[in-house]
Structure formats: structure tokens, C-alpha cells
Design a protein around this ligand. Sequence first.
Ligand code: UD1
Length: 308
Amino acid sequence: MSLYLVSGGAGFIGSHLVEAILGQGDQVRVVDNFSTGKRENIPVSVEVVEGDLADEGVARQAVAGCDYVLHQAAIPSVPRSVKDPLGTHRANVDSTLQLLVAARDAGVKRLVFAGSSSTYGNSAVLPKREDMRSAPVTPYALQKFVGEQYCQMFTSLYGLETVTTRYFNVFGPRQAPDSPYSGVISLFIKALLTGKSPVIHGDGRQTRDFTYVANVVDGVLRAATAEGVAGEVINIATGGRISLLELVRAVQLVLGSDVAPTHGPARAGDVKDSQADIFKARKMLGYDPAVSFDEGLRHTVAWFKAST
Ligand code: UD1
């Protein structure tokens, strides 16, 4: 039996990882500052270290005795980073470095870092492959890029095994629609469920590779234990892309709603198109996105309906 630390374990993706780790019969500890995470997202039996990972003492307490660290804690919003580059830097970079140092000193077997497809920036070539040049256009994208660079450096310099899983627009149950910085699918479902008009930023022709959370959980757990992947950066996604206009139609269809979207100004730093090449994940991790976008959307809508 292994002990996993999930940082940000009370948050959206982290709490799904906690559930899956318990389901496979391993032990789990959570470290979270509850800035966006919620206690009700994790079973009461799970050990929780409450605190800010940018504090050395919290990071060291969190990793003590752990085999694997799944680093999900972050302020995962592009527009919030545009508004608050310093605050998000602390949450996304200082915490990551602190956790890497603590994991190195504690002899952790491997740290898996939640990277971001935003790192690719606006290069015209699709799908995005891991060997393409990164070109961050927002503080968030740069912070995630710095995180993965630190991970690779810790592998080469200190021998700490790390893997970066680059996420592409993850969605699913427990993604909270409670802030303007929330993920777009949660915001659109909430709007249409309450008869309000979803707001599309810009013309709605921007595209994303929306990825159901169960696929991400599968990819991350594979990255934690797969052979021969230390130091790698690997896309975890579905491999398709749809526009925001298509997304609204898909949510309307599942909900049986005909409330039309409205358009607002385009967001500063918004990437135009995003789609992953998932060949590397298939080859190195044996990853295969088992849940399609449509199926994931149905599960997500069902969860929102049941929880509101
Ligand atoms: C998302 C993630 C980020 C992740 C990145 C890469 C969230 C909150 N952000 O960024 O953590 O690293 O993908 O995969 O999950 N939009 C609207 N109306 C809204 C909200 C958003 O039209 O009410 C548009 C945005 O302008 C954007 C798209 O929807 O074009 C997606 O936005 P968002 O869900 O915030 O995600 P990303 O910025 O792509």
C-alpha cells in the first residue's frame, strides 16, 4: 500500500484523485488551504494538512512519509492571473518550488505536477505536441511553465522523479461555478439551469479540447507509477476540440434549454484554439480517454441537477 499526497485535494480535480486513490486501496493525505477547495469534497476519514504550501513548514509536514505527490494545488484561472500576477505567482510558483524542495528532502518516489495547455500560447499549429515551443501569453501560463521547468530541473539536478501532466480544459462534477473565474462549462450549466443567458466572451469561435475529469484522473495515476517517464511533460486530454458556440448548443441540448447566449467582450490573453496531440500519453502511459466529451457532459449536467 502506498501513501499519496494530493495537494489541492479538496478542490475539483484533487478531490477526484483522492476518491480514485482510496478506490484502488492506497492511502491518501490532502494538503489544502481551502481558498477554493471545500471540506465536503473529501471523505472525513482522510487526513488533512490545512495550510499554505508556500510556507516551508506546511510543505514539509505534508510530504512526510509519502511515496507519491500529486501536485494539484493552484489558482487555476487565466483571467485571475491577469488581474493578480503577484498573488497567483505565490500560489502557482512559490508553492510548487517549496513542495519540490520538501519532496526532494523527504525522498518521495515521484511528484506529478498539474501543468497547463495554456503554456502553448497562440501558435497556429494544431494539435499541440509536447515538443512544440512554449509561448506563454499570460501570467498563469508562464507560472505553469515555470512549474514544469522546475520539475524537470529537479529531476536532472537532484534526481527527484517528476512528471508534468499538461491538462486541457478539464470539466466534471464538483467544478464550482461560484466565481467569474470558474471553468466555462460549469458557468454555462449553472446559467442555463437557472434560465439565465450564458455569456460568451468574444465571437465564440475559439475552440478548446474539453476533457472529462475521469480521463485526467486516469492519466495522472498512470503518470505516478509508469516506468521510464521521469522528467517528461505529457498532454492529458481528449484530443478533439469544439468551439464555444458548439459548447453552448451541446449544453442546451442536454438540458433541453433554448435560452440563447449573449456575447461580451473577448477576454484579455484568451488563447484562440487549443487541441492536444495525445500520442505521447498513449505511448508512454498506456492512456486512452475512456469518457467522451458528450458522455462527460451528460454526467456533469446530471451532477449539477442533483446538487442544486
Ligand atoms: C482553462 C483552465 C486552466 C487550464 C487551461 C488549460 C479553468 C477555470 N481554467 O483555461 O486552469 O490550465 O484551461 O487547459 O478551468 N468563456 C466564456 N464565457 C465564460 C467563461 C469563459 O466565453 O463565462 C470562454 C473563455 O473566454 C475561453 C473559454 O471560455 O475562451 C474557456 O475559458 P476557461 O474555462 O476560463 O478556461 P481557459 O482560460 O481555457
